[in-house]
Design a protein around this ligand. Structure first.
Ligand code: F0G
Length: 480
C-alpha cells in the first residue's frame, strides 16, 4: 500500500489506462431480472449485465503495452516456432530450469502430472487442494491429504502465512504411510481455496528438505506465485531486500516440478510445466503431444505464447505485482471498517467475504454463500463467486456435504479495477450488510450431478430477491 502525506494508505496504481472497455450499471429492476434468468447462479449471468466482473482473476487480467506489442511478433508455426523458443528461454532465465513443456491452461498441466506420477492408491500430501487439481489426482486413483497449518482454516486470523504446510503432520504421514506410497508433495502458491493465502519461503525450505531426505518429489503449483513472492518480500523477515527474481530463483531451486496457469501468472492464457529432471520431462512430453499439441505450442495460440513470455518478465517487477494484493488489502480493510466479516489477513487473487457470519440466519443447506453472491449482484451489479456448500456435493444419503467455510470471493483481476471501483463495491456491500435480514436462502430447481455450481439453477426462498430490490429502489430509485 502507498502512504499519502495525510497518513492514509491507498493502493496506488503504477500503470495508466490506455485501452479501456465500457461497462454498464443496469437499473436495479433489470439486475433482478438478470439474476432470475441466471438461476441465481453468478456463473450463468451474461457479462453485458455485469458492472464489475469479480468472478475470477483467471484469463481476465489487463495486459501491458509490451505484451500486446509482442503478440504482433508471433511466429506462427506448428513446429519450431521462434515464439516458443523465446518462451522457453524466458522460463529458463526466470526459474533456472532446463525443460519446459507448454500446456493450454493450468488443469492441463495437472492432467499430465497426475497421469505421469499418480498410481491407484498413491497419496498426495498438499497444503490445500484446488478443485481442478483434486479432480485430476482422484481421476488417476490418487488420495489427497490436506496438511495446511491449522491457522489456514481460521477465517479471522493475523497469521501471515496461512498457506504453510504443517511440517509435523507431513513427517507423521511419511512415517505412517511410507515414502514409497507418496506420489509427490504438492505446494500451492497463494493457496486459492482458503482465501489466496501464501506460504513462507522458510516453510517451503523445510518441506523441500523433508522431500529430499525421503526421496519424494516436490511439485509447486505456481499459478498464484506472483502474489506469493510479494508476500514473502513484504512479510517474511530476511527477504525485504531481495529482488523478486532472487526469491523466484530460491523457490524454483527447492522444487522438482513447477507448473502454472498463465491465465493468472503472466496475465495471458496458457500454461507450462517446468523441470530439470530429464526422465520426467521425457515421460511428460509424450502426453503433451497426445493431449495438448506439438511441443512448441502445447495448445496455446502462438500470440498468447508471446504475451505470456512478456507477461512473465513484467511480473518480475514488484511495482507490477503489488497492484493486486494492495487493492485486495484496501478492500479488506475498508470492509472491516464497516464491520463486514472477511477472511484475514488479506491474501492474493481476491477479497473473501465470510458469508456464514454475514448471513448467520441462513442454514448451510440453504446456501448462504450462493444467496450472498446473488444479493451482492442485485444491489451492485458486481459478480462474485460462491465458495461454500453450493460448490460442494451430496453424500450417498442425498444430503449436502457442508463445506468448511461459507465464502463469497470477489476476485480482483490484475490491473483491471481502480480504487473507485473498490469503494463502490464496499459502499454497496455495506448497505447490504445493514439490510442482511432481508436475504434468505436458495433452493435448487435444476441440480446437475457433477460440478453443480457451474450450471445449477436455483430460486430464492420466500421471494426475498424482490423484497431486497424493492427496499433498494425505495431508498435510491431504480437508476442509482
Ligand atoms: N491451480 C490453481 C491454484 C488455480 O487457481 C487454478 C485456476 C488452476 C490451478 C487451474 O488453472 O483454470 O488455467 O485450468 N483457478 C481459476 C479460479 C479457475 O477462478 O480461481 P486453469
Amino acid at each position: 500500500m502507498f502512504t499519502l502525506i495525510s497518513g492514509e494508505k491507498i493502493p496506488l496504481e503504477f500503470h495508466k489506462a490506455r485501452i479501456v472497455q465500457k461497462i454498464n450499471l443496469l437499473p436495479t429492476s433489470k439486475r433482478l431480472e438478470a439474476v432470475r434468468e441466471g438461476g441465481f447462479n453468478t456463473f450463468l449471468l451474461k457479462n453485458r449485465d455485469v458492472f464489475l466482473d469479480m468472478l475470477t482473476d483467471s484469463g481476465v487480467n489487463a495486459m501491458s503495452d509490451h505484451q500486446l506489442a509482442s503478440m504482433f511478433e508471433a511466429d506462427d508455426a506448428y513446429a519450431g516456432s521462434q515464439s516458443f523458443t523465446r518462451f522457453e528461454d524466458k522460463i529458463k532465465e526466470i526459474f533456472g530450469k532446463n525443460f519446459v513443456l507448454p500446456v493450454h491452461q493450468g488443469r492441463a498441466a495437472e492432467n499430465i502430472i497426475s497421469q505421469t506420477l499418480v498410481k491407484n492408491g498413491s497419496l498426495i500430501p498438499m497444503n490445500y487442494h484446488f478443485t481442478t487439481t483434486k479432480a485430476h489426482l482422484e481421476l488417476n486413483g490418487g488420495i489427497i491429504k490436506e496438511l495446511v497449518v491449522d491457522e489456514g482454516l481460521n477465517i479471522k486470523s493475523s497469521f501471515a502465512f496461512k498457506g504453510n504446510m504443517d511440517v509435523a503432520k507431513l513427517k507423521d504421514l511419511i512415517n505412517k504411510e511410507g515414502a514409497d506410497n507418496i506420489a509427490f508433495i504438492r505446494m500451492e502458491a497463494c493457496t486459492n481455496l482458503i482465501g489466496g493465502q501464501p506460504f513462507s519461503l522458510d516453510n517451503l525450505r523445510q518441506i523441500s528438505q523433508i522431500a529430499n531426505d525421503n526421496n519424494i518429489l516436490l511439485v509447486l503449483d505456481a499459478s498464484l506465485l506472483a502474489e506469493n513472492l510479494h508476500f514473502i518480500k513484504l512479510r517474511e523477515q530476511g527477504n525485504e531486500k531481495k529482488t523478486i527474481r532472487q526469491i523466484t530463483q530460491e523457490i524454483a531451486d527447492l522444487c522438482d516440478i513447477i507448473y502454472f496457469s498463465a491465465r493468472k501468472l503472466g496475465c495471458a492464457r496458457g500454461g507450462a510445466i517446468i523441470t530439470n529432471n530429464k526422465e520426467l520431462f521425457d515421460k511428460m512430453k509424450t502426453l503433451v503431444t497426445l493431449y495438448e499439441g506439438f511441443l512448441t505450442y502445447g495448445g496455446i495460440s502462438v500470440r498468447e505464447i508471446e504475451a505470456i513470455t512478456t507477461g512473465l518478465d513484467d511480473v518480475m517487477d514488484e511495482d507490477v505485482i503489488r497492484q493486486s494484493p494492495d487493492s485486495i488489502e484496501f478492500m479488506v480493510e475498508e470492509l472491516q471498517k464497516k464491520g463486514i466479516p472477511v477472511v484475514t489477513p488479506a491474501g492474493g487473487l481476491g477479497c473473501h467475504i465470510d458469508a456464514g457470519a454475514f448471513l448467520p440466519h441462513i442454514k448451510q443447506e440453504e446456501y448462504p454463500s450462493g444467496a450472498l453472491a446473488a444479493a451482492i449482484f442485485i444491489v451492485s451489479g458486481i459478480r462474485g463467486m460462491e465458495r461454500g456448500t453450493l460448490s460442494s456435493i451430496r453424500g450417498s444419503d442425498g444430503k449436502d456435504i457442508l463445506s468448511d467455510m461459507e465464502l463469497v470471493r470477489l476476485a480482483l483481476p490484475r490491473r483491471v479495477f481502480t480504487a473507485s471501483h473498490i469503494r463502490f463495491a464496499v459502499d454497496r456491500i455495506a448497505w447490504l450488510f445493514e439490510n442482511r435480514h432481508l436475504v434468505k436462502g436458495l433452493k435448487f430447481v435444476e441440480e446437475p450431478s457433477v460440478l453443480r455450481f457451474f450450471l445449477g439453477r436455483l430460486d430464492a426462498l420466500d421471494n426475498w430477491d424482490q423484497e431486497l430490490a424493492n427496499k433498494f429502489i425505495a431508498e435510491f430509485g431504480d437508476n442509482m
